[in-house]
Design a protein around this ligand. Structure first.
Ligand code: SAH
Length: 521
């Protein structure tokens, strides 16, 4: 007990590896820590895909960059960790790859020990192995090599990297150099001078495991020139050894249906995961932008009034839903109000009133089914105007319609109904709010500027509005927008985006559309 109290007061540090970039390579333990930590202290190598998975309420400290793009010096990082732990915080120190593979994790631990701050180390998937693996290069292969060696190409200030070339050549294993891009010409020269064959296969692997990974494969003698020609950017690993030649047959990552594609999802936070899962399975890198959160309007006197009147105004009464969340919120509100289904539907029906239900699309209808209600009307096309038109035809002339949906729902639903003299009440149930980490903002703006996001998905007009408000300095004309329906597409079009519309209003149909879009390229 004593010990626990002390830990709580002092906080604790988890020194964890985030892997080389692909968020699916986060370990289960690190994934859990993203949720459990109070503070996340992270490096420049942490990808936007991973940042997008950190809950909004966490404190984020970026030590990969200070003003002018320089990283925070190591002693200062150590002090940040000590300071946060002393406040009693659970601190996740998140590093690229594995924390002990050239990650200066050891130095951080020495400082924590001085202060008696408890810590745990969570190993990560190191780029030294994972980046070659994603490039189709097995780091060892019985026919070619029996060892591998991971070497830093980075020298301490004012010194040149002290690499034992002779020994490395003699041992005849696969060589992997991290932080070696600046020193690439001298590394190749060193190995050649130590007697390695000039035609030894060698490669530079840029931004491995991400959608934008590239590889330049050459010979040891030709590699510096080939890398220069290809304008290789960091981070990149250099790999030297016979196994590099296997990539011609073993490549796989780009060959997946959505390999090499980076897709940004904007969805209400509550149900972002199905589409993300679909796309990841097909090889895409997925950034989940929780741009919208729905918040029920509470108290809601307008809803109270409408529910009082519902079932008492006409011989035929329609209840209309335009989103699954609308269904969920209505049932939560009914529970809050201690309303029974018999009050809402049973009693009017007993009095000879016909109660009918309309849903804008299949997912809304499926959510209704979860509450034991089946929709009488679902339009063929997922779109508010079409729902209005079909409802105007299906409803009796003197019927009444109650629409329960988001505040500021589409205006196009109502005119077709009013035109045929149907009484309409439009009831706002929830509002949508926008939220995004400032840190992620910056990364995204850069990625859009570099045209690294291949498509953005939108599942309602309000997700478009949310996205447009949430990102700054983005040229919307350069965006390919994959939209769930006409109405969403029209909203995206307003900003000049390139539009693609899914056939049906489902996540599977969105996925199919995205595959189709990139298969054609
Ligand atoms: N701890 C990290 C390495 C930190 S040193 C790990 O275990 O992976 C930083 C170097 O790692 C970079 O200079 C680069 O050589 C390599 N690196 C990290 N991520 C990479 C990636 N996605 N693609 C290519 N190289 C990467």
């Amino acid at each position: 007990m004593m010990e626990r109290e002390q830990t709580e007061r002092r906080g604790k540090i988890w020194l964890a590896g985030a892997g080389p970039g692909d968020a699916s390579l986060l370990t289960v333990k690190t994934r859990q820590l993203l949720d459990a930590a109070d503070v996340v202290v992270y490096d420049a190598l942490i990808s936007a895909e991973i940042l997008s998975q950190i809950p909004r309420e966490k404190k984020l400290i970026n030590v990969g960059k200070r003003s002018g793009n320089h990283p925070v010096p190591q002693p200062e990082i150590n002090e940040i960790l000590v300071e946060e732990a002393k406040k009693g915080k659970k601190v996740l120190r998140l590093k690229g790859g594995d924390p002990f593979v050239f990650g200066r994790g050891g130095e951080e631990i020495e400082r924590l020990l001085q202060e008696g701050i408890p810590f745990e180390v969570v190993p990560g998937v190191t780029s030294a192995c994972a980046v070659p693996a994603y490039a189709g290069i097995p780091i060892t292969h019985r026919d070619y090599t029996s060892s591998f060696h991971v070497i830093t190409g980075h020298a301490r200030k004012g010194e040149t990297a002290d690499i034992p070339y002779k020994e490395l050549v003699k041992i005849n294993g696969t060589l992997v150099f991290l932080m070696g891009m600046t020193a690439l010409p001298s590394i190749c020269k060193g190995l050649l001078e130590a007697g390695m064959a000039a035609d030894m296969p060698a490669a530079v692997l840029e931004r491995g495991t991400t959608a934008k990974q590239r590889r330049v494969v050459s010979t040891l003698a030709g590699l510096p020139e080939a890398a220069k020609k290809a304008c290789v950017r960091t981070p990149a690993v250099i790999i030297v050894g016979k196994v590099c030649a296997l990539e011609k047959e073993f490549h796989w990552a780009e060959d997946r249906p959505l390999g090499g594609r980076q897709i940004l999802l904007t969805r209400p936070k509550q149900n972002i995961s199905k589409l993300a899962g679909n796309l990841r399975k097909l090889g895409a890198q997925v950034i989940e932008l929780p741009s919208i959160e729905t918040r029920p309007i509470e108290p809601n006197p307008v809803l109270n009034g409408a529910l009082e009147r519902f079932g008492k105004r006409a011989k035929e009464e329609w209840l209309v839903f335009t989103s699954p969340i609308g269904v969920q919120v209505l049932f939560e509100q009914l529970k809050e109000m201690k309303k029974d289904m018999r009050d809402l539907i049973g009693i009017p029906m007993k009095n000879g009133v016909e109660i009918k239900i309309a849903a804008i699309g299949k997912s809304t209808a499926a959510e209704l089914e979860n509450h034991s209600l089946s929709a009488d009307l679902i339009p063929d096309v997922y779109c508010a105007a079409q729902l209005g038109r079909e409802l105007a035809k299906a409803a009796a002339a003197d019927s009444a319609v109650t629409i329960v949906r988001a505040a500021k729902g589409s205006k196009e639903l109502i005119p077709p109904l009013e035109k045929v003299g149907i009484m309409v009440e439009d009831i706002p149930l929830y509002v949508t709010e926008y939220q995004i980490h400032e840190e992620l903002h910056e990364k995204l703006a850069g990625m859009f500027a570099d045209r690294e996001i291949d498509a953005v998905t939108f599942t309602s007009a309000s997700t478009v509005q949310g996205f447009v408000k949430a990102v700054h300095g983005v040229e919307f004309e350069n965006i390919t927008a994959v939209c769930i329906g006409e109405q969403t597409a029209r909203e995206a079009e307003k900003y000049g985006m390139d539009i693609v519309v899914s056939e049906r209003a489902s996540m599977d149909s969105m996925t199919e559309k995205i595959v189709e879009l990139f298969a054609a390229v």
